[in-house]
Design a binder for this molecule. Structure first.
Ligand code: NAD
Length: 393
């Protein structure tokens, strides 16, 4: 089997876990080199017996030692565009983490770049697309058994350790992460758009920071069993020490409503500090209903006029990272795309649409107004067609 020669930009926890999953599913690979001032993922690679390769000071030096079979980008979100541009110029296939870029302007710039010149194959780590349960959700919707999709209700609620980590890690700052929803749930909004089968027409949202704030003095820092709370791993690059005393400027809870162009309506609720963890999609069609529990990896479906027990599917695999086997499934998809030219489950344009959807939601929250998404989609389509529109500049 071919040994894939891999270059990494941003050797953080995520890329280390993806590399470990790639090896687990049978890739033969060599990490030839990486660019990262302080690679947070190095110990994870070591645990999995993968050598990190040679450090390089910048992407130009890394690419000068090519060729590579794959460039993997796992830097903080504000660096994605810069790193994508460098990798485009080098011309090797790219796997880049989500969100593909961080702002509307960056999205339009990327779309224009891809319209203007040949770009190498670009695979985005919207890993939920590869999950067996998510594939089943999409297949059920596509089969028509739910009838026309009418409305969707969804949640993503994180346990305190996860929320506390987000409040200390670089994701706490808009300038690095974008927003809480952009970094955490662009996955979900990618799938919602796919289920709805249309782009959002109008969005509204409310949210803020009422959990991880300095005003909440006296919050206990231990669990009932005496173990330390808000202490999940080192916060890494540009990290802060204390979840409650950091300079966080993203929300820690947020709700949103979306009306898609085809009248599918969606409500979404996210909270980063709950005692009952949940990631749940409730899809109501005119003829049937589907409930996906992404934490327990279970799916339930029933036709509206069926009084028998609902059909229940248990996807069994549950892992501590809550990815429930998704990383391994994505590693397969990536290998199939590179080695056999198979279609990867998500395109860069899907990733840009998911990102823009969340960015419009955040804009609505900031303005305290319903946002009409039409101008944003016109600007996006113009950029995809290579035009420079007023909003995109
Ligand atoms: N698909 C998923 O489920 C998933 C899960 C987690 C993270 N992510 C994404 O992966 C990316 C990385 O997240 P993470 O959790 O691994 O963060 P991390 O903090 O663990 O890793 C980021 C790495 O980037 C490095 N870095 C900082 N500046 C750099 C620069 N100028 N050049 C090169 N490297 C630089 C840091 O030193 C660090 O090692 C983000 O885009 C995040 O949204 C995706």
């Amino acid at each position: 089997m071919k040994t894939y020669r891999i270059a990494v930009i941003g050797l953080g926890q995520r890329i280390a876990h993806v590399l470990a999953a790639m090896v687990e599913v049978g890739w033969t690979l060599e990490v030839a080199g990486y660019v990262d001032p302080a690679p947070v993922g190095a110990p994870i690679l070591e645990e999995h017996g993968i050598a990190a390769g040679r450090p390089y000071p910048d992407p130009a030096a890394l690419f000068a030692d090519g060729p590579y079979d794959l460039v993997m980008i796992g830097s903080p979100n504000h660096l994605h565009l810069e790193h994508l541009k460098a990798a485009f110029a080098a011309g090797y296939p790219i796997f880049a983490e989500k969100p593909i870029v961080r702002t509307e302007a960056e999205t339009f710039e990327l779309a224009r770049l891809m319209a203007a010149a040949w770009a190498p194959p670009l695979y985005i780590g919207l890993v939920m697309r590869s999950m067996p349960i998510v594939r089943a959700v999409i297949a059920r919707v596509d089969s028509g058994e739910l009838g026309e999709i009418i409305s969707i209700d969804a949640t993503e609620h994180l346990p305190p350790e996860h929320g506390g980590y987000l409040a200390r890690n670089w994701r706490r700052k808009q300038e690095w992460g974008g927003s809480y929803l952009l970094d955490k749930v662009c996955h979900d909004f990618d799938i919602f758009g796919r289920i709805a089968g249309a782009r959002p027409a109008k969005v509204a949202s409310f949210g803020g920071r009422r959990i991880f704030t300095a005003e909440r003095t006296g919050v206990p820092k231990t669990y009932e069993d005496g173990s330390a709370a808000y202490a999940l791993r080192d916060a890494g690059w540009a990290g802060a020490n204390d979840s409650f005393q950091s300079d966080m400027d993203v929300t820690d809870h947020q709700v949103a409503i979306v009306e898609y162009a085809n009248a599918v309506r969606l409500s979404f609720h996210a909270n980063s500090h709950v005692a009952l963890q949940e990631r749940r999609w409730y899809v109501a069609g005119a003829e049937g209903t589907l409930l996906a529990d992404l934490v327990r990896n279970r799916l339930m479906v029933r036709r509206a006029l069926d009084r028998r027990k609902p059909e229940r599917m248990d996807f069994h695999e549950r892992t501590d990272d809550n990815h429930n086997g998704a990383d391994q499934a994505m590693a397969w998809d990536l290998l199939a795309s590179l080695s056999e030219g198979a279609t990867f489950p998500v395109t860069p344009y899907d990733s840009m649409e998911a990102g823009l959807t969340v960015m419009a939601i955040d804009r609505a929250m900031e303005a305290g107004q319903v946002v009409d998404c039409a101008p944003m989609w016109s600007a996006f389509d113009a950029a995809r067609n290579g035009a420079i529109s007023a909003i995109a500049r």
